[in-house]
Design a binder for this molecule. Structure first.
Ligand SMILES: Cc1cc2nc3c(=O)[nH]c(=O)nc-3n(C[C@H](O)[C@H](O)[C@H](O)COP(=O)(O)OP(=O)(O)OC[C@H]3O[C@@H](n4cnc5c(N)ncnc54)[C@H](O)[C@@H]3O)c2cc1C
Length: 441
């Protein structure tokens, strides 16, 4: 087994002063897709990140699961998930053409399994909620399920078939977005400045704070290396890195907590047939686990959900993942373990991202500033929607009703405390619900 390989290296010099129409802080799937959307609409972009694609996007399994990810009392999240899933085919087609490469998008279905009687009941109850929201979930007999996937355990208590939950490979998505960003042939209304110019720049540095003009408008970011990016609009998409940025308007610090996830990459030994065709996920004595098979024979097994201080991979987490994955698919024991890693998901109290314009103390939007973070367990799924909504905010103009509804749900100020409220916990990471150790994506 090897440790996680480094994120793809993209050779760009460290600039001292880059100018672009839009500065995007963070080159995970969200920041990169937003930058690419803006490039497609003729804006020059400077994307700031010391290590593009090295955050949660590097760990993600890439399940696009608007149905099996449904949880109770998260109704405002469902339309975000289903709309973004619906946007995926066109997003992928355009991206693969621009990048001239595959992102591993697969529309194979998902099987959701239970092991004991309580798992079976929990899945049946959840199915009622999913069906009330118009989602397709079909119970299968174990015989029918094993006819589809012979590697499934003969001891499962329940199997549900979900045709609309698909997958993409997030690492290939990042690589394609990086390639598409600098591809020739995109419209160009303004060239980015700096040593090598060009309509899209990757700035390999960390943003340390916002730049502001005398009238309070945000005009770009300061870089750790001493340089700066000047831009009429700045989009903050740094995942959990938001807390490290200086100069956010007023004292705005939304609750955003790191939720670590351990995840494994395995593969079938050379020459052996694929273990699975479909994504298999489920509950093992109440604990979620999943197996995501890629076309190349890799199987991603995930993921724990830890709100402890361990940033590295948890030995206990790896043990539980392998044990529970084998309860669903015994042949996991024959796989080669290729990689174990952990990353932090950017978690919000309601699992809904923060996407919108930041308002100042007087309630007026601060010119030049959009935030897009807090995608928690759904960032890969929500990527096309996140890019579209952030681009709408940057470009201005009328917003269609559906997107206006989404932006109301993602209001970054929804947890602001009313003026005069008693002082809060000084550690914003402590806010929000804390889940016990459990596996999820
Ligand atoms: C184990 C695991 C499994 C997951 N599985 C799935 C899944 O199956 N499906 C799904 O939809 N989602 C999944 N997720 C969630 C998904 O990975 C995240 O929601 C998504 O990657 C968030 O993307 P992002 O671009 O906002 O953040 P990130 O990918 O974390 O990117 C943020 C980037 O910002 C950069 N950055 C931070 N601070 C600064 C700064 N000051 N200056 C410059 N750059 C900065 C970082 O270097 C990083 O590259 C999973 C997450 C984990 C951890």
């Amino acid at each position: 087994m090897t440790s996680a390989p480094p994120a793809p290296a993209v050779p760009y010099p460290d600039p001292e002063h880059v100018r672009a129409d839009v500065a995007v802080v963070g080159a995970g799937v969200v920041g990169l897709a937003t930058a690419w959307e803006l490039r497609r609409r003729g804006r020059s972009v400077a994307v700031v990140d010391p290590e593009p694609g090295s955050g949660a996007s590097r760990a993600a399994a890439g399940m696009l699961a608007p149905v099996s990810e449904v949880q109770y009392q998260q109704e405002p999240l469902y339309p975000l998930m289903t709309d973004s899933a619906a946007a995926y085919p066109a997003f992928v087609a355009a991206l693969e053409e621009a990048a001239d490469g595959s992102v591993g998008y697969r529309t194979t279905e998902t099987l959701v399994c239970g092991v004991d009687a309580a798992d079976r009941q929990a899945l049946a109850d959840l199915r009622e909620l999913q069906r009330r929201h118009g989602m397709a979930v079909e119970p299968l007999t174990l015989r029918a399920a094993r006819a589809l996937e012979p590697a499934l355990s003969p001891r499962l208590s329940a199997v549900h078939r979900i045709p609309d939950d698909h997958q993409v490979d997030p690492r290939r998505l990042v690589a394609a977005l990086l390639a598409a960003l600098v591809a020739p042939g995109l419209p160009e209304t303004c060239r980015a400045g700096g040593p090598d110019g060009g309509p899209a720049r990757l700035v390999h540095d960390r943003a340390v704070g916002l730049r502001s003009s005398a009238d309070g408008a945000v005009t770009g970011v300061h870089l750790a290396g001493g340089g700066m990016v000047s831009a009429a609009e700045t989009v903050l998409a740094p995942g959990t890195g938001l807390a490290g940025l200086e100069g956010l308007p007023g004292s705005w610090r939304p609750p955003l907590r790191p939720v670590h996830g351990d995840i494994l990459r395995t593969r079938v030994p050379g020459g052996a047939p694929a273990l699975l065709e479909r994504t298999v996920r489920g509950l093992v004595h109440g604990v979620p686990v999943y197996l995501v098979p890629r076309a190349d024979g890799t199987v991603v097994i995930g993921a724990t959900s830890r709100e402890d201080d361990l940033e590295g991979t948890s030995a206990g987490g790896v043990f539980r993942l392998l044990r529970d994955a084998q309860a669903l698919v015994p042949g996991v024991a024959d796989l080669e373990l290729v990689e174990a890693m952990a990353r932090a998901r950017p978690g919000t109290p309601d699992d809904i991202p923060y996407l919108g314009r930041i308002r100042g103390p007087a309630g007026e939007p601060v010119p030049g500033l959009v935030v897009s973070t807090g995608y928690f367990r759904h960032g890969v799924l929500l990527t096309p929607l996140a890019a579209r909504l952030a681009a709408r905010l940057v470009l201005g103009g009328a917003v269609p009703d559906d997107d206006a509804g989404h932006l109301a749900s993602t209001d970054p100020h929804r947890f602001d405390r009313p003026a005069g409220a008693p002082p809060e916990d000084p550690d914003p990471a402590a806010a929000g619900p804390r889940h016990p150790n459990r596996s999820t994506r």
